[in-house]
Design a protein around this ligand. Structure first.
Ligand SMILES: NC(=O)c1ccc[n+]([C@@H]2O[C@H](COP(=O)([O-])OP(=O)(O)OC[C@H]3O[C@@H](n4cnc5c(N)ncnc54)[C@H](O)[C@@H]3O)[C@@H](O)[C@H]2O)c1
Length: 456
């Protein structure tokens, strides 16, 4: 697309979606944006929060930045990780003056948090959600909520039984670019939505990183169908505003793992560093060195694992056809060794089509906005530019504002609970099953959730 050609017909949007920015209901939020946070909470009790899992996400997105930006609203009362070295380093990084634990249940008994943030490996989320609820906390859980249908059912049942809630933090919904797509779909500009083409590309840096870590094992992350694509399936469920009904999928492992020309356990112990395009010196990143390398002695986990290890058992190319209850059909694909990172999406409607794309890590690009193109079947094209933000397209900060600042409205229905968290994972779980059975898998057959034509 030649950006300069169409500059006359473009509309500019502010980084924050108009719907959010135009809202005047929100006292605390407008106060915090004006830097006047101390006035808001003088007499209000802060929410008591504990975190389990002090890796990169637990110390970053849900750690130091929360202490820095939201301490008028929340107070960290306990931190937990089963790696004692990472617990110590992580708690220093977070900077909260609170007790630390390697024993999760001891922490829950002693500090009695109102909210538990779960940022552990994906295969453990269900345990911490269920136990956390049983021990009195509402939950904030990183995606994916759980890696298989049994674990999802456990969470659905725990929520009903305990009366506690679980919020799943789908930060991708909060990027202003994607929020604008949601608004355009709701406005009816392209008529009734009939189909979606959605193709996601992970590059040889970020994509490869999944094959270095625990994510390379299906039993840990549910494969990229769940660990990564649940983000994308959640976006589809949210944009389409209907529930997924059935999935047919294909996938293979043809690049990483056993396909490599040579291998080692990890980059630091590798004799092939000179000829390997994937050689990476983790010790050059001080943060990662402190969190992982310095604490290998406790659990033997290598954050810089070889991408060609024989034990890689996830797919590296994936494609699915997804049918929604309202008749919308989706063609989806995920590639993990692309020269660039990004995606392309097209929404086809009865009156026209909306296209959008992101190409990250492009050194030749000097544009600082993301674009949406609306093409009418019998009319003009419109080009909409959204300024780029940092932290998952600007979404991370907007998500945290909504999570931590009381009474922040949810005008774009971005807040996600157990049902949304489950349906995002269930599409990926169905895809995995479809590949092994070579048959279409129906979402209704996996858990007690019955897909609805119109999303509640
Ligand atoms: N939304 C996003 O964009 C996004 C981005 C990155 C990670 N995540 C999610 O955040 C979670 C954490 O990811 P990460 O990259 O920080 O992983 P990580 O491996 O760096 O951290 C996980 C931490 O959990 C600890 N842990 C594991 N099992 C435990 C147990 N039983 N008891 C106590 N501690 C335990 C590990 O020691 C480690 O410190 C994952 O679920 C991941 O999917 C989400």
């Amino acid at each position: 697309m030649n950006n300069k050609l169409h500059s006359m017909s473009r509309r500019k949007f502010l980084a924050v979606s108009g719907a959010i920015a135009g809202t005047t209901l929100v006292d605390p939020k407008s106060q915090i944006l004006a830097g006047n946070t101390s006035a808001i909470r003088q007499n209000a009790a802060k929410t008591k929060v504990a975190v389990v899992g002090l890796g990169n996400r637990g110390t970053g997105m849900w750690g130091g930045s929360v202490v820095k930006d939201y301490s008028n609203f929340v107070e960290y009362v306990g931190l937990c990780d089963h790696n004692p070295g990472r617990l110590e380093t992580g708690s220093q990084m977070i900077g909260a003056n609170c007790p630390t634990y390697t024993d999760f249940e001891q922490m829950m008994r002693e500090v009695k948090p109102e909210v538990l943030i779960v940022t552990t490996d994906d295969n453990t989320h269900d345990y911490f959600i269920e136990k956390g609820m049983e021990m009195g906390a509402d939950i904030i859980c990183e995606k994916p909520m759980a890696i298989d249908e049994k674990k999802i059912q456990t969470i659905i049942d725990a929520e009903k039984r305990t009366g506690k809630s679980c919020r799943v933090t789908f930060n991708y919904r909060y990027s202003p670019h994607r929020a604008k797509m949601w608004e355009i779909l709701r406005s009816g500009e392209i008529g009734d939505l009939t189909s979606v083409d959605f193709h996601w590309y992970l590059d040889t840096s970020h994509g490869a990183d999944y094959f270095r870590r625990w994510h390379r094992l299906v039993e840990k992350g549910g494969s990229l169908w769940v660990h990564k694509a649940s983000h994308h399936f959640d976006l589809l469920n949210w944009w389409i505003q209907s529930d997924p009904e059935s999935v047919y999928a294909l996938g293979d492992l043809e690049f990483y793992g056993k396909n490599g020309p040579f291998r080692a356990d990890n980059c630091r112990s590798c004799p092939h560093t000179k000829e390997c395009n994937f050689y990476w010196d983790i010790t050059k990143d001080q943060r990662l060195k402190r969190l992982y390398v310095d604490n290998e002695k406790y659990d033997g986990y290598h954050r810089d694992g070889c991408v060609f290890r024989n034990d890689v058992n996830i797919y590296d190319k994936m494609a699915a056809t997804i049918k929604y209850k309202n008749g919308v059909q989706v063609a989806y694909s995920l590639t993990t060794y692309s020269p660039y990172e990004g995606y392309r999406i097209a929404f086809n409607g009865t009156k026209g089509r909306m296209d959008a794309w992101i190409q990250e890590s492009n050194p030749t690009s000097d544009v600082n906005y993301d674009e949406i193109v609306i093409a009418k079947n019998f009319g003009k094209r419109e080009y909409i530019q959204i300024p780029q933000g940092s932290g998952h397209g600007g979404g991370d900060k907007l998500l945290k504002d909504q999570v931590f600042i009381p009474n922040t409205p949810d005008l774009l229905k971005q807040a996600a609970g157990v049902r949304d968290g489950a349906l995002a994972c269930l599409v990926g779980i169905a895809a995995r099953k479809s590949i092994s059975t070579k048959e279409t898998v129906y979402i209704k057959d996996l858990t007690s959730i019955k897909p609805q034509e119109k999303k509640a």
